[in-house]
Design a protein. Structure first.
Length: 446
C-alpha cells in the first residue's frame, strides 16, 4: 500500500490492500443475503430508524434497507436494484455470484495474474457460457405448453413466504400474465407487468386471493349519492382541481361596494360549475381527477348520475388512460383563450362498478376498449404478510412475463450450472494464455 497526502488533506490508498478491502466489503454484503437464498432460505426482520418493521427474504428489499457506506458494497446494492427493475427476480443470486467472482479474482491477482487478464478471462467465459446455453440447453416454451409456465412461477415462489401455497399463486400469476398479452408494431408478443395492478386487502387467507378482469382502484365514490354501477362508461381523466375556484396567492381585490363581494363569490362557484358542465356535456359519466372535488362540485355529479373519484394516483390514471384509450387532460384552456373539453379525450370501457371487498371499497373498470388490464386482489392477515406476498407475486409476474417474451427456458435444479462447469473446464484447457486461469476459476465457482 502506498499512502500520500493529497491537496485536500486526505489519504490515497492503492494496491492489493484496497482490493482486499473491496472484496471483504462485498463478501460482508453477500453473507447477509446467503441465508435467504433458495427454498430453505430464511426471512429477515429489518427495523429502520423510526421503528418500522419489514419482514422479507427478497434480496433487493433487504439491501435497500441497509445503510451501506463502502463504495464497492454500494455497487452490489445498485446491481441488485437494477436486477429487480430489469428482470424482477434473481436479486439475491446476482449479489452472491458477483461476490464470488470478486473473491476468486482477488485470489488470482495475489498469484501475480494481472487484473486485465482476469477481466478478459471472465468476459470470454461469459460469451462462451451464453453461447453454450443458447445452443445446447434452451427449449422453446411453445413446445412445452402452459405447464412449464406454471413451473417457472412455482420455482420463483418456492423460496418465498408463500411457498406453501405455490399451486394457488402460480396458476393465478400465469393467468394474469397471459391475460395482458398484446402484439406490438414489430409483430412481437409483449406481456407488460405494469398492466397488472396488484392490490392488498386485509382479511381471510392468502389462498383466497383472486384475479379481477379489468383495472381496479383502491378507492370509493366521492359521494354516496352517486350510482355504484355505470354501463357503457365514458371516462374523463383530468389533472386539475374540481373544487370551488379560489384566487391565487398574492392577488388582492379591492371592493368598495359590499354587493360586489357577493358577485365575486358567485362567480367563483360558477367557474367550477362551468368546468363540470363541460365535462358532462362532452358525454362523460365517470370522472377521475388527481386533485380534489368539494361538496358543491359533487352535487352536480350526483344530479347527472355520474361516478366521480378524487385524488387518484397519477400512475393509476395514466394506466387507465392507456387501457381505455383516453387522454389525461391538464387544462380545459384552448389556444383561443376559451375553455373546452374535447369528447375525443374520453376513455371507454363496458362497465365501471364499485364493489366492497373486506373492509374497503374498490372501483373496477371492466371491458377496457384499447388495452388489456388485469388486477390481482391479495388477501392476508396483516400488513407485513401482505407486503411480502406482493413482493413475491411481483417477482413471479416478472419471471413468467420474461419467459413468455423470450420464449425459451432451461432445465432447473442446477443442471445448467453443472453442464457449464464441465464445458468451461474443457474450454479452459484449449487456451494457452493466462485467461484460462480465470475461466477455470469461473468453472469452479459454478
Amino acid at each position: 500500500m502506498s499512502a500520500a497526502v493529497t491537496s485536500i488533506f486526505g489519504e490515497r490508498e492503492t494496491g492489493q490492500d484496497v482490493r482486499t478491502q473491496n472484496v471483504t466489503a462485498v463478501q460482508a454484503v453477500a453473507n447477509i443475503l446467503k441465508t435467504s437464498l433458495g427454498p430453505q432460505g430464511l426471512d429477515k426482520m429489518l427495523v429502520d430508524d423510526i421503528g418500522d418493521v419489514t419482514i422479507t427474504n427478497d434480496g433487493a428489499t433487504i439491501l435497500k434497507q441497509l445503510e451501506v457506506q463502502h463504495p464497492a458494497a454500494k455497487v452490489l446494492v445498485d446491481l441488485s436494484d437494477l436486477q429487480d427493475k430489469e428482470v424482477g427476480d434473481g436479486t439475491t443470486s446476482v449479489v452472491i455470484v458477483a461476490a464470488e467472482l470478486l473473491k476468486r479474482a482477488n485470489d488470482l491477482v495475489k498469484n501475480s495474474i494481472h487484473p486485465t487478464s482476469v477481466i478478459a478471462g471472465y468476459k470470454l467465459a461469459m460469451k462462451e457460457a451464453v453461447k453454450f446455453i443458447n445452443d445446447q440447453c434452451t427449449v422453446k416454451v411453445d413446445a412445452l405448453g402452459r405447464e412449464v409456465l406454471v413451473n417457472v412461477a412455482r420455482t420463483t415462489l418456492s423460496s418465498k413466504f408463500i411457498g406453501a401455497e405455490t399451486d394457488t399463486f402460480s396458476n393465478l400469476v400465469v393467468d394474469a400474465v397471459q391475460s395482458v398479452k398484446y402484439v406490438n408494431d414489430r409483430g412481437e408478443a409483449k406481456f407488460p407487468v405494469k398492466a397488472i395492478n396488484v392490490l392488498k386487502c386485509h382479511g381471510k387467507s392468502s389462498k383466497e386471493s383472486f384475479i379481477v378482469p379489468g383495472y381496479a382502484l383502491a378507492s370509493g365514490r366521492a359521494s354516496q349519492g352517486m350510482p355504484t354501477r355505470v354501463t357503457n362508461a365514458k371516462i374523463a381523466l383530468v389533472d386539475f382541481n374540481l373544487n370551488k375556484h379560489r384566487m391565487a396567492f398574492g392577488i388582492q381585490v379591492l371592493v368598495e361596494n359590499p354587493d360586489e363581494l357577493q358577485k365575486i363569490r358567485e362567480r367563483e362557484m360558477n367557474i367550477a360549475r362551468e368546468k363540470i358542465q363541460k365535462l358532462i356535456e362532452a358525454g362523460a359519466n365517470v370522472i377521475l381527477t388527481t386533485k380534489g372535488i368539494d361538496d358543491m362540485a359533487m352535487k352536480y355529479f350526483v344530479e347527472n348520475k355520474c361516478i366521480a373519484l378524487r385524488r387518484v394516483d397519477k400512475k393509476d390514471i395514466r394506466r387507465i388512460a392507456k387501457a381505455t384509450g383516453g387522454t389525461v387532460c391538464l387544462t380545459l384552456a384552448t389556444l383561443d383563450g376559451e375553455e373546452k373539453f374535447d369528447p375525443s379525450f374520453l376513455g371507454h370501457c363496458e362497465e365501471v362498478v364499485e364493489q366492497r371487498v373486506g373492509d374497503n371499497d374498490y372501483i373496477f373498470f371492466k371491458g377496457a376498449k384499447c388495452g388489456k388490464a388485469t388486477s390481482i386482489l391479495l388477501r392476508g392477515a396483516n400488513e407485513f404478510m401482505l407486503d411480502e406476498v406482493e413482493r413475491s407475486v411481483h417477482d413471479a409476474l416478472c419471471a413468467v412475463s420474461r419467459t413468455l417474451e423470450c420464449n425459451t427456458v432451461v432445465a432447473g435444479g442446477g443442471a445448467v450450472e453443472t453442464a457449464l462447469s464441465i464445458y468451461l473446464e474443457d474450454f479452459a484447457r484449449t487456451l494457452g494464455s493466462r485467461e484460462q486461469l480465470a475461466i477455470a476459476w469461473e468453472q469452479e465457482r459454478l
